[in-house]
Design a protein around this ligand. Structure first.
Ligand code: PEP
Length: 249
């Protein structure tokens, strides 16, 4: 089955209004055919990006959402607010949030909240270096996925996007080799097939962890790598577009 590749930029807590305006002006109408692209900017810059996307194929996503719907949750941003801002996707369970205390149960609640609000969650999973060296990679990523999917309806699985992001590769410049990434991606697809074989075939599994313009093509050439979640390299319009180009070709 052919799956349209997805390139999602995660700006994390970076950027300013002027940078966001310049970035969207350069990127919005330059997305190559054959790839889906979206950007997840910090909440305060969503409107700037949205203002520049009119009529383009660039999508918008959140980096996080609250576990709750609207209400008395100071500092929270609900899934409904993200939809109101024009988002279609939201990153859930990024390792930077897990490292600051978010557990599997919270990640699971956020995934189902995202679906209830009408967003597609990009569920991030990945092992630390110590876990990889201890041979625990598959156990860790399986636990992270099972805690979201067990007991959930098919509606959650339909449209879910996974991102395999080895913690040791994020922002470090040490990317997983295409073979290392492919091995985990294939295992994730097999795991999901245990829930629904048809949906596993159409499931998109993104790779994230120091993807750059010069290593994207070899990662994206792997049969089970269906796109990328791009941190640092997404801040630069040219390198983001070069990664999109690698995915499209
Ligand atoms: C990320 O933030 O999800 C990420 C993969 O970062 P980087 O590309 O900078 O490693």
């Amino acid at each position: 089955m052919s799956r349209t590749p997805l390139i999602a930029g995660n700006w994390k807590m970076n950027g300013r209004r002027a940078m966001a305006a310049d970035w969207v002006a350069a990127v919005a109408n330059a997305i190559p055919i054959g790839v889906e692209a979206l950007v997840c900017p910090p909440f305060p810059y969503m409107d700037v990006i949205r203002g520049g996307t009119g009529g383009s194929r660039l999508g918008l996503g959140g980096q996080n959402l609250a576990e709750e719907a609207d209400g008395a949750y100071t500092g929270g941003v609900s899934g409904e607010m993200l939809v109101d801002l024009g988002c279609t996707h939201v990153i859930v369970g990024h390792s930077e949030r897990r490292l600051s205390g978010e557990d599997d149960q919270q990640v699971a609640r956020k995934c189902s909240r995202a679906r209830d609000a009408g967003l597609m969650p990009i569920l991030c999973v990945g092992e630390t270096l110590a876990q990889r060296e201890a041979g625990e990679t598959f156990n860790v990523v399986s636990r992270q996925i099972r805690s979201v999917l067990d007991g959930e309806s098919e509606a959650l699985l339909d449209g879910l996007i996974l991102a395999y992001e080895p913690v040791w590769a994020i922002g470090t410049g040490h990317t997983a080799s295409p073979e290392q990434a492919q091995e985990v991606h294939a295992a994730l697809r097999e795991l999901v097939a245990g829930y629904d074989a048809g949906l596993a075939e159409s499931l998109r599994v993104l790779y994230g962890g120091s993807v750059k313009a010069d290593n994207a093509a070899s990662l994206l050439a792997q049969p089970d790598i269906d796109g990328g979640l791009i941190g640092g390299a997404s801040l630069d319009a040219d390198s983001f577009l070069a990664i999109c180009q690698a995915a499209a070709s």
